[in-house]
Design a protein around this ligand. Sequence first.
Ligand code: GLU
Length: 313
Amino acid sequence: MGGMTAPLPSRTFQPVLERIAEELERRPGRGRPADYIPALAAVDPGRFGMAVAEPDGTVYGVGEWRQPFSTQSVTKVFTLALDLAREGDELWEHVGREPSGNPFNSLVQLEYEHGIPRNPFINAGALVVTDRLHTRTGDAAGTLLDFLCAESGNPQLSFSKEVADSEAAHGDRNAALGHFMASYGNIGNPVPVLLDQYFRQCSIEASCADLALATGFLARHGIRADGTRLLTRSQAKQVNAVMLTCGTYDAAGDFAHRVGLPGKSGVGGGIIAVVPGRCTLCVWSPGLDERGNSVAGVAALDRFTTLTGLSVF
Ligand code: GLU
């Protein structure tokens, strides 16, 4: 039944999710969990969950959709939104919005681009965003956690000390990025303070249901779950656009080609995606491809947009 053109009514989301899970069950080969953060390496790559949330907060799920996992770089969407809401366009003087074409933790572009990272989703750019949010709030990671709890309606979300400590113990490259950008004046807080915030940010554990709901403001063009406005319509468009072009490491072109939605992945195996005005998705499966994206996660989103006809294109 591939290739439908008209969007299906939302009551069909549950059968579509079940069909996707069933199809993936039969697919061999699911990649490998991230091993550069030891606390993530032990997770079974075959685990899978997926959730879809509608703008009114109705949520559908399949598999382990209520299982908390390590959100990692998925959080970069939310810190971007939270900072953009506070400082507006000035942020874009400190971080770009072009795909990098390099791995997420690369140092090479930073020198010839004078310490201004290509986009907010490579690690260098995410460090700049967290630094600026920390300057404005005094607690970037806490502000992020409060926001995720509020939007998901789940007050139980929390940091994982084990994962944050594990990252800190293996954080030389992120420390190098922070110090290097500080040398260009693009980091305002002491680098150790920033790294502590960033590692705690990445360590937040949440489920597919939590993240699909928390991403809802991007489907609602900037409106939070309680009806108040976080972003202008134009800023919500900006965040969705940077997700589409830069959200899946250096495979964003391939992701756009296959899935056709703004998306953001993390090395914990989670991916969030947005159908503006219609729904938000989160899929989790910890086996990653060589670019760092969840193998089953991308496949599931690919099937979702093919089966439902829901895409931005
Ligand atoms: N905490 C990870 C790091 O900075 C995030 C990586 C990711 O999910 O892309 O290396």
